[in-house]
Structure formats: structure tokens, C-alpha cells
Ligand binder design. Structure first.
Ligand code: ARG
Length: 589
């Protein structure tokens, strides 16, 4: 192994190269030195301290259980800092950073099932990275707020727009306008398709009618025309404002509303200059493309040819995505970026990543290796059942409505619910989340409103029911004088654990103890079903415990009751944590 081949390999892994150097280090023969070099490099940016001293203070630990390397802070001889405080500070600065890009609907178009899946899944993945793996997470919504379809919306606005309707229901009105102008546009698109199928040139068709109007408006936007941009900004702003509210209903907030429009034109230019310099950018009848068959190597051969700049001279979805990656690398210096987008865009993201690889930007070595597409299958039959075009708010209303009907089915219990509308909303959202997360991500699944809102079977309402039942059990116990210290759930010295040595209690404790492992596996595969399957196992075990492990009126007496109440309180916390990790809000009643 030579240093060059080692560095080539590290580069493939996404590690920065060339390796930082240090006289005493022997990274080719001593793998631990590879880590020492990188860590020294990272720490020298955070500490006002000689590099050699840092390098020498990184020592082997006495046993593997203490980790691989330890930084002996007192050896750094830093004045006026407490090692214990510095350690905490350094650890927090060395946290890895992930951008999780999810939801990403298109302004003025319907919010379809794919966007909903991306929203649910993306929120879960962001939670996993943040709360379970300790990463700094940027939740980013990449709005479809640019491109020719936006030009078409603007043309539609000129024809059908109404200020009053826009004020009353902005998202709805923009969608209506888009649907109408799109209907006007359909004959022209059909004409172009015919021409294509017959091998005729389509340029003439695209130079007149709505084609021309649409393209001209989008050109004006790209050229920075003030009036065009003002209209676009209004539509974008009111859409974001409404979306913020609706996401809040799902318990989701984004750190950044980016969008295709926010990509820096200077970065777009930089990308194109570099692609030309690399000899991979070809002009073809006015458009610019990359032929992956020629340039991408064996791994990219199947990706064919991608148009990067269109014939009308405007940027494409692909070009904007590639430039956005550079923008984000500079702004956030992310260690990983995850795109949560449906499998319909599998090939597309392979092309995006292959383009970044070809770009081979000298400032960002190994950038492509830090990008990850988390893909998922289709929801079958949802759009037909819920009506053709929809907004996220409408979709959630439907779940809440259906859930409310199911709840009314049990009059006695319904009467005990304080705010049935809010509970129906929360449980309805749990219903759709569980239906969505029950299978492996890649699988398509059929949409089934009756099944998902049922309290029977492995559904969201069933999980909510289990959480509410535990909460109710603990409320009753407390009324009967058996009180557990919430929120710590911690025992005081009065609790006698010997009461939890029976088979039922032990089995329950074992299952609860598996939670961290289960979450660790989920962080590896990013499959919510890993967590969900576990939660159902826990829930079923709880259901079969209540008759055996009684609290109020336990025949074994009040000391057993207290020990069991502590057990149940802890089970409630595990169940609740798992539900929150998945994005649900556990209900108490
Ligand atoms: N707006 C796109 C759509 O609705 C999804 C965006 C996915 N993210 C990306 N960086 N291309 O299909």
C-alpha cells in the first residue's frame, strides 16, 4: 500500500484527502494513525494549541470498552480552562451535521401521496439522526417553486387569478388556477407528443401558444425581471405561510424553506464551467447534456443521457439540484445529506450524484459519497379515493373526520374525551403514519381508510389506545394512593423489585430493555417499520399483562402494586418515546 492508494481509498469513503501530515505518523502501516491525523486536524481548528501537542495527547485507551483513543486534555496545558468543561464543549463542536431534505412539495400543485410519505418518513429520519445518533440536523424543505410549470401558473394567474380568492384560500386558489390553465395547455402538449411520436421537430409547436407564453415567463424569472419575480415571490411567501401551519399540525417544523428558486445563479454558472472544463458537457441542438454512457464509467453507463440545460436556454431540475448541493456544502459543511424522495426519482438521483462525481469539485473532495437518497414506494389508490387534486390540509381533515366517526362509535368512551376534535386529529394522524410505516419503505401499499382508522389490529389508533390505557391505569393507581415519580419514573427506596421477578414482569422488562438496540438498528436501515414492529410487540405484551400484573386491588398487596406501577410507568415512557420518534403525539385519554 502506498500513501497515494490509501488516500484514494479514503477519498472513496468520503473522508477528506489528502491526509493531514505529521512527522511521527505512519498512516500506511498504522491504521490508528489515520484516525489520529484526522482528529488532530479537527481539534487544531477548535483549540488554540500546538498541533504536535494535540497529536501526542491522543492516546490509546486502557481497555476497548473505553473507546479507541482518548484525548488527555491536561497534557495540552491550556491555561484557565477546566478539562471537564472543555471536554463537553469539544464534544458538542465535533458533532456531525446532516441535512435531511424532505416533503418538498411543488407550489401550486397538489400535495400528493408521495409528498406525504416523504414528510412522514423524513421527519422520522431527522428525529433518528438528531435525538438518537446525536447529530446536528438541518430539516430542509426544497420547494418546487421554480421551473417552467411556474411560468405556466403565472400565465394562468393572468387568465384566471382573483385577488379576493387568493386572500380567502391561497393554496386552494393557486391550485385551482393551475388546474384550469393546465387543462387549457393539454391540447398543445398532446400536439407536441404527436409530433414527437412521428419524429417531427417540435420547435415550431413550442414557439407559439401557451408553450411560448409559459417559456417566456419562466425566462423572465431567470433573467431577474422585477415584475415576474414579484409575482413569484408573493405566491411563494403565501404558500410557505400556509405550509408552516399545516406542518405544525403534524408536529413538524423545518429549519429552512429552501427551494429550486433559491439556488445561486453564480453556482449554476460555476457548475457549467467546470463540467465544460472536465470535457463532459456537450452541446446538442441548443441544449447542453451529459452522456453518462461516455463519461460516467461502468457504474453510470445505464444512466443514459441527461439534459442539463434546456433548449430554451433555461436551467433544468437537474442543474438546479447539482448547484444546490454545492451551495449547501458551503453553507452548512454537512457530513451527510439525505434526500427523502419517492422511488420514481431513483434514476434521477443516480444522475444527480453521478454528475457531482464527474464535477469532482476540488474544494469538496468526496462530496458525492456524502449524498444519500432514501427512496420509498407508492401508495396505491389514494388519489382516486380522495379525489384528484388535494392539499395537505384537506388530506388531514379527511383522516380526522374518519377517525372522529370511529370514535363516536363508542358513546361511553367518547363522552370522556375532553376535546374530541383535537384527539380525532392526533389519532387520525397516527393512523396514517402507522399505515405508512408498517411495511418496508420500498414496498408499495394499498390505501385503506377503514383499516387504518380501526382500533383493532396493528394500527395507529391501537397504539394510541395502548398509551391512553397505560396513562389511565397510572391515574387510577395514583387516586388509590400508588404514586410513581413522573417524569423520571424513578423508584424511591420504597420500591421492592423482588415483586417484578415473575415471568410476565421479566418478559416485559426484557422487551423494554431492547429499545436502544432497536433504535440502533433503525438508524442503520432507516426503516420505521423496525421501530413500529417493536412497539406493537411491546403493546401486545402490555395488553396480556394487565390481568396478571394488577395494580389497583392487587391481590399481592400494596407493595406489589407500587413495584408494578413503576414498571408500567417506565413501559409508558418507552412506548411514548418510540411513538414520538416515529412522529406521533401520544394521547393521555
Ligand atoms: N418537488 C419535487 C417533486 O415534487 C421533489 C423534490 C425532491 N428533492 C430534490 N432535491 N429534487 O417531485
Amino acid at each position: 500500500v502506498s500513501l497515494a492508494s490509501l488516500e484514494a481509498y479514503l477519498g472513496q469513503l468520503g473522508a477528506p484527502t489528502p491526509l493531514p501530515s505529521f512527522p511521527d505518523a505512519d498512516p500506511v502501516n498504522n491504521p490508528n494513525d489515520i484516525y489520529r491525523l484526522y482528529i488532530t486536524d479537527a481539534l487544531s481548528k477548535l483549540l488554540d494549541c500546538d498541533r504536535a501537542l494535540i497529536y501526542e495527547s491522543l492516546q490509546r485507551t486502557s481497555t476497548p470498552s473505553k473507546g479507541d483513543l482518548v484525548l488527555v486534555l491536561p497534557r495540552l496545558r491550556l491555561k484557565g480552562v477546566k478539562p471537564s468543561e472543555l471536554a463537553v464543549e469539544l464534544a458538542s463542536k465535533n458533532r456531525k451535521k446532516a441535512i435531511i431534505e424532505f416533503s418538498s412539495p411543488n407550489i401550486a400543485k397538489e400535495f400528493h401521496a408521495g409528498h406525504l410519505r416523504s414528510t412522514i418518513l423524513g421527519a422520522f429520519i431527522a428525529n433518528l439522526y438528531e435525538s438518537q445518533a446525536g447529530w446536528d440536523v438541518v430539516r430542509l424543505n426544497y420547494l418546487g417553486d421554480w421551473g417552467k410549470q411556474f411560468g405556466l401558473l403565472a400565465v394562468g394567474w393572468q387568465r384566471y387569478g382573483s385577488e379576493a380568492a387568493l386572500r380567502a384560500a391561497p393554496l386552494k386558489h393557486l391550485l385551482d388556477v393551475y388546474v384550469r390553465v393546465n387543462a387549457d395547455f393539454r391540447p398543445e402538449e398532446a400536439e407536441r407528443k404527436r409530433a414527437r411520436d412521428e419524429g417531427r421537430d417540435t420547435a415550431a409547436i413550442e414557439s407559439r401558444g401557451l408553450f411560448a407564453e409559459r417559456n417566456a415567463f419562466f425566462r423572465r424569472m431567470e433573467e431577474g425581471d422585477g415584475e415576474a419575480l414579484a409575482l413569484w415571490r408573493r405566491f411563494r411567501d403565501i404558500s410557505i405561510e400556509r405550509y408552516v401551519d399545516i406542518y405544525a399540525r403534524l408536529g413538524i417544523r423545518f429549519d429552512v424553506y429552501a427551494g429550486e428558486s433559491q439556488v445561486d445563479p453564480a453556482t449554476v454558472a460555476e457548475v457549467e464551467v467546470m463540467l465544460k472544463a472536465r470535457g463532459v458537457y456537450e452541446e446538442d441542438r441548443g441544449s447542453w447534456l451529459i452522456d453518462f454512457g461516455k463519461h460516467g464509467g461502468a457504474k453510470a453507463k445505464h444512466l443514459g443521457t441527461a439534459i442539463v440545460r434546456g433548449r430554451t436556454g433555461t436551467t433544468t431540475y437537474l442543474l438546479r439540484d447539482v448547484a444546490a448541493i454545492l451551495d449547501r456544502a458551503r453553507q452548512y459543511a454537512f457530513d451527510e445529506m439525505v434526500y427523502v424522495v419517492s422511488s420514481e426519482q431513483d434514476a434521477y438521483f443516480q444522475r444527480v450524484f453521478a454528475t457531482v462525481r464527474l464535477l469532482d469539485h476540488p474544494d469538496h473532495p468526496g462530496l458525492a459519497a456524502r449524498l444519500r437518497h432514501v427512496s420509498f414506494g407508492k401508495v396505491m389508490g389514494m388519489s382516486t379515493r380522495l379525489g384528484k387534486v388535494e392539499l395537505l390540509g384537506d388530506i388531514l381533515d379527511r383522516y380526522a373526520g374518519a377517525m372522529h366517526d370511529v370514535m363516536r362509535g363508542n358513546a361511553a368512551k367518547y363522552a370522556q374525551v375532553e376535546d374530541p376534535d383535537a384527539v380525532a386529529d392526533t389519532v387520525g394522524i397516527a393512523a396514517v403514519m402507522v399505515q405508512d410505516m408498517a411495511g418496508k419503505r420500498v414496498n408499495n401499499y394499498p390505501f385503506d381508510m377503514a383499516r387504518m382508522t380501526s382500533f383493532e389490529g396493528d394500527t395507529g389508533p391501537y397504539l394510541q389506545y395502548c398509551h391512553a390505557r397505560l396513562s389511565s391505569l397510572l391515574r387510577k393507581a395514583s387516586l388509590a394512593g400508588v404514586t410513581v415519580d413522573v417524569p423520571t419514573g424513578s423508584p424511591d427506596s420504597d420500591v421492592e423489585y423482588s415483586f417484578l421477578e415473575d415471568n410476565h414482569s421479566a418478559a416485559l422488562l426484557r422487551t423494554m430493555a431492547q429499545y436502544p438496540d432497536v433504535v440502533g438498528i433503525a438508524f442503520g436501515n432507516l426503516e420505521p417499520s423496525t421501530v413500529l414492529t417493536y412497539l406493537f410487540r411491546l403493546a401486545h405484551q402490555l395488553s396480556s399483562s394487565y390481568d396478571v400484573l394488577q395494580v389497583v386491588g392487587a391481590p399481592e398487596g400494596p407493595r406489589a402494586a407500587l413495584a408494578r406501577a413503576v414498571l408500567y410507568e417506565n413501559a409508558r415512557q418507552v412506548l411514548g418515546n418510540g411513538m414520538r420518534l416515529l412522529g406521533m403525539k401520544p394521547v393521555e385519554r
